[in-house]
Design a binder for this molecule. Structure first.
Ligand SMILES: Nc1ncnc2c1ncn2[C@@H]1O[C@H](COP(=O)(O)OP(=O)(O)OP(=O)(O)O)[C@@H](O)[C@H]1O
Ligand SMILES: [Mg+2]
Length: 445
């Protein structure tokens, strides 16, 4: 018989994404370039905000040759500790955001390393990182990913004294293209400014044109608090992985300490419905036990998840941003009260309409968009420029009967939606579209 297993082999997550780089947004030359800007800028914004620093971000894209560019992104954030630089940018599925229940732009621990990898596989060159916490010492290195083992390879490390606070990252890329398009970095950053009126952005594009988006407001949005999972959103498997990590001594105290909205009265209510003693150790919980708990939770009611963990743009700031960037003749903004999807994940929808001025105008050619209004999608303030058709946010807006409101599609109209959540349910690792979940669609409509 043929031995079908003679070539059986293991491979790393980095090898997987090298082969399937389109999953991270690396398909199409224009899109690939925007993806790199997007990943670095979202990282910078997350880092600054987490450190309570009003973000001041510098972005430059230089043309080095035919389909050959260099992207530089510099922030004024807290910097990255030297021993974490390799993990931050040279290892996939590594970062500070994956395991927490907290609103942020990044959530996977792949984005930064994805850029480094795309740079290295298209140019053979490493990415340069320069970073400092502002303590007078600057750390600098070049890095690539050792794809076989998903580890960083760091070379030319240097430490020297100097005044800097933040992180600067420089990546050379080939097989990418900058051209006039509503999906290029110009548009990406314009939309970033729109949804982040507290951010200063300085951008030099490949044509050497400098655009500065000044802050429309001075305050940094309050840092979203982290929360705990809500009982209603939990599966049996989630429950079992959580018991593996808890320090609680009994299942009862595990429930009351690791979940939001789980009072001791609620834990007692669960105890009455299960056939085992919840004073036993969490690590003795087996699949059947967890299943009983989850089934009990299904029959119970809980207070909705806390919503002060969500920080939307807010109506006042959104209005300022619209005035600043679109200068419309008419505008209307709305921040909805919090809602919940998949039983336990809180989210907030914001919608804005802008008419006239620069609304509904294509940035690529300065013309009004042909027979369609402009839909701007955002998730946690991050512009979503791609995968429009497959996105629940688009679907919800298109489902509105605009004609009933006397709005034809060929008006200079921009419709903006911002979806804010502790976990954005993206359809893929490229984070460009949100699933078309019933609760989400209903809320947007
Ligand atoms: N400019 C920066 N300043 C400070 N820390 C940073 C910066 N960029 C990245 N990091 C750190 O590196 C980690 C990895 O970044 P990466 O983009 O790979 O993942 P992520 O942002 O956590 O999630 P995602 O894959 O969804 O973007 C971040 O979680 C953060 O801790
Ligand atoms: Mg990121």
């Amino acid at each position: 018989m043929v031995d079908i297993h003679k070539d059986f082999a293991e491979h790393s997550i980095a090898e997987f994404f090298k082969k399937n780089r389109q999953m991270l947004g690396y398909s199409g030359k224009i899109k690939s370039l925007t993806t790199v800007v997007h990943e670095y800028v979202t990282n910078s914004l997350d880092a600054c905000e987490e450190a309570g620093i009003p973000p001041d971000i510098f972005i430059q894209i230089e043309k080095l040759g035919q389909e050959h560019y260099k992207v530089t992104v510099e922030d004024n954030g807290p910097g990255i500790p030297k021993k974490l630089v390799g993990k931050a940018f040279g290892k996939m599925l590594a970062g500070t955001k994956f395991h927490r229940f907290q609103q942020a732009r990044g959530q996977q621990g792949i984005g930064g390393a994805g850029c480094v990898m795309y740079g290295q596989v298209t140019t053979g060159k490493p990415t340069k990182v320069t970073t400092s916490s502002g303590n007078g010492t600057i750390y600098e290195c070049y890095l690539t990913i050792d794809v076989k083992v998903n580890e960083a390879k760091i070379t030319e490390e240097k430490e020297y004294s100097g005044q800097m606070r933040g992180t600067m990252i420089e990546t050379e890329l080939k097989d990418v293209l900058y051209q006039k398009s509503d999906q290029n970095s110009d548009e990406y950053l314009r939309r970033t400014a729109l949804a982040n009126p507290h951010v200063k952005i300085t951008y030099i594009n490949p044509e050497n044109l400098t655009t500065v988006y000044d802050r429309a407001i001075d305050a940094v949005p309050p840092m979203p608090k982290s929360t705990q999972p809500h009982p209603k959103g939990i599966t049996v498997d989630d429950m079992l992985s959580m018991v593996g990590a808890t320090t609680a001594r009994t299942i009862k105290s595990f429930l009351t300490t690791e979940f939001s909205r789980m009072s001791s009265a609620k834990a007692e209510e669960i105890q009455k419905q299960v056939s085992f003693d919840m004073d036993k150790r969490p690590k003795d919980m087996n699949w059947q036990d967890a299943e009983q708990i989850v089934n009990a939770i299904k029959k119970m009611t809980f207070i909705s998840p806390p919503t002060d963990v969500l920080i939307p743009i807010n109506e006042k700031h959104l209005e300022k941003a619209l005035e600043n960037i679109l200068k419309p003749e008419f505008k209307s903004v709305l921040t909805r009260p919090p809602a919940v999807y998949q039983g336990g994940v809180p989210f907030i929808v914001e919608v804005a309409l802008a008419y006239g001025g620069k609304a509904g105008i294509s940035v690529a050619d300065g013309q009004q968009l042909d027979n369609r209004m402009e839909i701007m999608r955002f998730a946690n303030r991050v512009p979503l420029l791609f995968d429009t058709g497959g996105c629940g946010l688009t679907k919800a807006i298109q489902a509105v009967e605009w004609k009933r409101y006397g709005l034809q599609q060929d008006l200079p109209l921009t419709v903006l939606v911002n979806f804010t959540s502790i976990h954005v349910p993206y359809t893929g690792a490229g984070k460009q579209a949100v699933i078309d979940d019933e609760d989400i669609i209903k809320e947007i409509r």
